[in-house]
Design a protein around this ligand. Structure first.
Ligand code: NAD
Length: 368
């Protein structure tokens, strides 16, 4: 299997966690005999310092010439006085737009070993494994007209979707659900909004092409409660841009730390993979950053760009294993005497070791 990955580590803890994610991808390539190549590029504050631009042309060209883009994080307080279009975060918005992904995937998983890190009770979070599929290029964040008239004190935003925009993201949700627990929960506000009525009618129509997948509809307000009450009831949650933004963050608390959350944006020219967290300037350079969000992001690269499902699962299981063994970075260090505090790098090494053992075991089983 050949895969070319553009690696944009970015600012703050971005390079620290990306290093660990890369070491996992290298291990998978080596152990499985795959040909992965990595091309590094600048983005964010480091790119402004080096070139004056948060997304240099060379970075964008390298990204567009790759099979996948792995991004760390951007953001550096020293650029806070610049206008928004010149700040590090502008590089992130520009690359997302240039790559054109319209489906944002955000898993929300309850790790039994981390149940003490979630504000929800373990019996509530138990067995949660949700995949949010959020439409990313339409809806309220992009619809026109949009303005704020400061003289009349009136402002407007527009929630707009076309049927085609709903069809393409719905297909992604059903395809993914058919490889998981075969259930799609589509979230809207169809009792009030016409745009949601179009959404619901379109998703219902697309569902007919996936007879093995169960479709249910939920209103966004009750969904916000269901996620907190019975999160294990959901498999793939499909929703529009604004609702997905809010619900996926809400469900993030089930896992227990921002440092544990991966994401992928697919459907465009090149898939973009990034942990959910930012550059965390408060802990950058201290060895405290949790690399597991970035490592789980690497697992998503394996699943969604390399088609290496077995290896993606092996990485995810290795993460489970090190958590079960009691290794913790500072953000997830709760739960008494049995835990052992480790640095970013040590956590990466433990996952690497658990992964190597599991791939070795798999290969020796094949050889028998
Ligand atoms: P943040 O996600 O960087 O940090 C929020 C809190 O979570 C901090 O206390 C941080 O220490 C902690 N945290 C985050 N990731 C962690 C990890 N892997 N391990 C342990 N702890 C972790 O959000 P913020 O502080 O609001 O923003 C900091 C900078 O990052 C800003 O410049 C912001 O614009 C930028 N940002 C970038 C992205 C991105 O690159 N995708 C996302 C959000 C924020």
């Amino acid at each position: 299997m050949r895969l070319k990955v553009a690696v944009l580590a970015g600012d703050g803890i971005g390079p620290e966690v990306t290093r660990e994610a890369l070491s996992i991808l290298r291990a998978v390539a080596e152990l499985g005999g795959h040909d992965f190549t990595f091309v590094e590029g600048l983005i964010g504050g480091v790119a402004i310092t080096a070139t004056g631009s948060p997304l240099p042309t060379a970075t964008l060209d390298a990204a567009l010439d790759s099979d996948a883009v792995l991004l760390g994080a951007v953001g550096d307080n020293k650029f806070n006085s610049l206008t928004p279009d010149k700040r590090p975060e502008a590089g992130l918005l520009q690359i997302r737009q240039a790559l054109g992904g319209f489906a944002n995937l955000r898993p929300s998983i309850a790790y039994p070993a981390l149940s003490a890190s979630s504000p929800l009770r373990p019996e509530v979070t138990k067995d949660t494994d949700i995949l949010f599929v959020r439409e990313l290029l339409g809806g309220l964040y992009f619809g026109a007209p949009r303005w704020w008239n400061k003289e009349t004190n009136e402002a407007i935003n527009t929630m707009r979707y076309t049927r085609d925009e709903v069809v393409r993201v719905a297909r992604i949700a059903f395809e993914l659900a058919s490889k998981r627990r075969k259930k799609v929960t589509s979230v809207d506000k169809a009792n009030v909004l016409e745009v949601s009525q179009l959404w619901r009618a379109t998703v219902t129509e697309i569902a007919k092409d996936y007879p093995d997948v169960t479709l249910e509809h939920q209103l966004v307000d009750s969904m916000a409660m269901h996620i907190m009450n019975i999160p294990r009831n959901f498999d793939v949650v499909l929703t529009e841009n604004l609702f997905g933004d809010i619900l996926s963050d809400e469900a993030g608390v089930i896992t227990g730390s921002l440092g544990m959350l991966p994401s992928a944006t697919i459907g465009g020219a090149v898939n973009l993979y990034e942990p959910v967290h930012g550059s965390a300037p408060d802990i950058a350079g201290t060895g405290k950053a949790n690399p597991l969000g970035a490592i789980l992001t690497a697992a998503m690269v394996l699943r969604h760009s390399a088609g290496l499902e077995q290896d993606a699962r092996a990485v995810e299981q290795a993460v489970h294993k090190v958590l079960e063994a009691g290794y913790r970075t500072a953000d997830i260090a709760r739960g008494g005497d049995s835990v052992q505090m480790v640095s970013t790098q040590q956590m990466g090494k433990h996952v690497h070791q658990a992964l190597a053992e599991s791939i070795d075991r798999r290969q020796s089983l094949h050889a028998v």
